[in-house]
Write a protein that binds this ligand. Structure first.
Ligand SMILES: [Zn+2]
Length: 689
């Protein structure tokens, strides 16, 4: 189809750079000198408010494990971080890293009350030396997480005591000798402290903070060289050289460490101003995709880096940590590919690995996941319970750490621009209430069912008319986006940001139409994945939940349960597809989004009202009818779907209508489909007379 309206190319960032003049946001604290200015400025917790289906998702999380876990899981009930005598390491801070933003995003008094029971003992634990937390913990690692908790708490409440605790702790780090060994988590993950360090510098501008970060960067694991050399590539994987241990080399092949570390060179770029560190980030991401890439934007690791086969697992911790890394990196670089990937993780990999009611989660998810059960699978280092949906399958790190995913994503959906405006970073239903222009407060409401639908409506509310810019991110996959505002209509493509500079009055609206044509992505063994917007579509497999009570007997509490999920219909389908016209033979239906946005018929959902599990009969928000054909020789191997047979596959048998649903709604799924030989397929798809 032809564009009837002029295509607009705006390269404003380049123009600003070319003029040599850097604008500074006067409402929100960006990087003071000598740091490089960042592309955007993250807004404080509480500025972005979830709406629509996203609010439902966060409410499900609040009614599920996040809102209940510290009432029954002994590691949190008796946590030393909240004044008990139990677990004193990472689990308390991990949990709070999600509970704190969730409580303040939902303005949920019950959750805010919980936050206080945790935060008060932490605030009063700060000692003269600057160290804080449980008396029996002497390891710096959990404090790196606790720093982020206090940072968010301070943003939401303005409680100066939190700022004091962080400042004193950074003083402690500044005054004590570096202690960041490569064989310990605190050393491998040392630069996690830089997230809070740079934030603290933005608050106070005290130069010793930068000295502290420099010392951490120069005395901890060298991830920059790692990304430049990338030793754990496909060749080393084929030679079985990826170190499956927990020593210094094994820790560099550990999926969660990788997901965290990808932001470390980027963080240091702000201070070093050296392009080497920027390049390391983007080259690292590319190498993940090339060597370990999975559908859904992630890379595999079960729990060491595991290659591209869609039967290999990805640990949940690495999904939420990769998301957080991308949120930090987008703020620094403003690069579209980072936000594209963030949306892919949030709208696929994250919901796909929990139950819709957020009462159970997996340790390892698979792109082609046809049985969720306790059984031996081809994992590098994980155990037999890793792909069940349960309370703490395999190991309990994810149970503590998963809570940050959705809330931090919501917080980062909007950011401030350096020219006193706002940037729409990730699309989704939300409200941003922020200062723009000359400290005028405005509200922008984003009405949309994105990513299930491509229509976005922004409504601006302001007391008086105010001039400020709005940056709209143009997703990399969108070949043409239509934007309407103030009697103007533009079509944009091939740009990453469309900047609107207008004087906005109360009630002004912007209409954005993101194209939702089906797309394909080439994957393992020439298989294909189907996308629509940022969402991957997977084969719907009829399923049966079976409670297996692995942890259930010990921790029976409301909806807490361990599920195995078994297939009740065939999964070994190849896809009949016309590569020149993807939508041919496909029918997309948008359905109402339920209270549990990432559910599909056949899911069991905990009902707090009736105190039991209820079978969901509602369809996923989008269903696609497509044509598939069974491939009899594609079978189970080691309790997973075997790798997809090399495509194109010769069609044998009859085409059938199959249904695809969003990856995040499919607890059992095929996402990387073998495809049928195109020429033979053409014959079969020709309508019979
Ligand atoms: Zn984990």
């Amino acid at each position: 189809m032809k564009n009837y309206f002029p295509t607009v190319f705006i390269l404003l960032t380049l123009i600003v750079t070319a003029c040599g003049k850097q604008e500074v946001n006067t409402n929100y604290k960006g990087n003071p000198e000598p740091l490089l200015p960042n592309a955007y400025i993250k807004l404080p917790l509480g500025t972005v408010i979830p709406a629509g289906w996203l609010k439902s998702q966060l409410e499900a999380q609040a009614a599920g494990l996040t809102g209940n876990l510290d009432d029954f899981w002994p590691d949190l009930v008796n946590s030393s971080w909240r004044g008990g005598d139990g677990e004193a390491w990472e689990r308390g801070p991990y949990f709070l890293d999600g509970l704190v933003p969730l409580a303040y995003l939902l303005k949920d008094d019950h959750l805010i009350g919980k936050v206080k029971t945790w935060i008060e003992p932490i605030l009063t634990s700060s000692r003269d030396t600057g160290w804080y937390g449980p008396a029996k913990n002497t390891d710096r690692w959990p404090l790196a997480v606790a720093n982020k908790v206090l940072m968010q708490y301070y943003e939401a409440t303005g409680d100066k005591r939190a700022l004091d605790v962080i400042t004193k702790y950074f003083r402690y780090l500044h005054n004590s000798k570096p202690d960041w060994p490569d064989k310990e988590w605190r050393g491998v993950r040392a630069m996690e402290n830089a997230v809070t360090g740079y934030w603290l510098y933005r608050q106070t501008g005290e130069s010793w903070i930068l000295e502290t970060i420099k010392s951490i960067e120069q005395n901890s694991s060298d991830w920059t060289t790692y990304y430049e050399k990338f030793p754990w590539d496909s060749a080393s994987s084929a030679d079985k050289k990826i170190p499956l241990n927990w020593g210094p080399d094994g820790l560099t092949a550990h999926v969660v460490n990788n997901a965290m570390a990808i932001k470390y060179p980027g963080l240091w770029y702000q201070q070093s101003k050296n392009d080497r560190f920027k390049k390391a980030v983007f080259s690292g991401i590319k190498k993940y995709d090339l060597n370990h890439g999975q559908a859904g934007g992630r890379f595999s690791g079960d729990e060491h880096l595991a290659g591209k086969s869609p039967s290999r697992g990805t640990e949940l911790c690495s999904v939420v940590e990769y998301m957080f890394s991308l949120e930090e990196l987008y703020e620094i670089f403003g690069d579209n590919t980072l936000a594209d990937r963030l949306e892919r993780l949030a709208y696929n990999s994250l919901p796909g690995t929990t139950t819709p009611d957020f009462w159970a989660h997996q340790y390892d998810q698979q792109a082609n996941q046809v049985i969720s059960s306790a059984a031996k699978r081809d994992w590098s280092t994980n155990g037999d319970y890793s792909n069940i949906y349960g309370l703490m399958p395999n190991f309990a790190c994810c149970l503590a750490n998963m809570h940050q995913g959705w809330p931090k994503f919501a917080v980062s959906m909007w950011m401030a621009t350096n020219d006193n405006g706002l940037a729409l970073v990730s699309y989704g239903p939300s409200v941003v209430k922020a200062k723009v222009g000359n400290a005028k407060e405005v509200t922008i409401t984003e009405d949309t069912n994105y990513p299930f639908n491509g229509t976005v409506k922004l409504t601006i509310n302001t007391e008086k008319a105010v001039r400020f810019p709005i940056d709209l991110r143009i997703p990399g996959w969108a070949d043409s986006v239509t934007i309407k505002f103030k009697n103007k209509l533009v079509k944009v493509k091939n740009i990453s940001v469309y900047k609107i500079r207008e004087r906005w009055k109360n009630g002004d609206q912007i209409f954005i139409e993101l194209p939702m044509q089906l797309r394909i992505e080439k994957r393992y063994n020439n298989s294909l994945a189907i996308l629509r917007g940022p969402v991957y579509y997977s084969l719907r497999i009829d399923k049966e939940y079976k409670s297996v009570r692995i942890n259930y007997d010990n921790f029976s509490y409301k909806g807490s349960v361990d599920w195995e999920i078994y297939p009740n219909s065939a999964w070994n389908y190849g896809l009949l597809i016309d590569r020149r016209n993807i939508s041919r033979g496909m029918k997309v239906t948008e359905n109402p989004v339920s209270k549990y946005p990432f559910s599909d018929r056949g899911d069991l959902i905990w009902s707090a009202d009736s105190n039991k599990y209820v079978l969901s009969v509602q369809d996923a928000p989008v269903t696609i009818k497509a044509r598939g054909m069974k491939i009899p020789e594609w079978t189970i191997k080691n309790n997973s779907a075997d790798v997809p047979p090399l495509s194109p596959v010769k069609p044998e048998g009859d085409p059938e209508i199959i249904t695809l649903v969003p990856y995040g709604c499919a607890r059992l799924r095929i996402t990387e489909f073998p495809v049928m030989d195109i020429i033979l397929m053409e014959d079969m798809m020709r309508p019979t007379k």
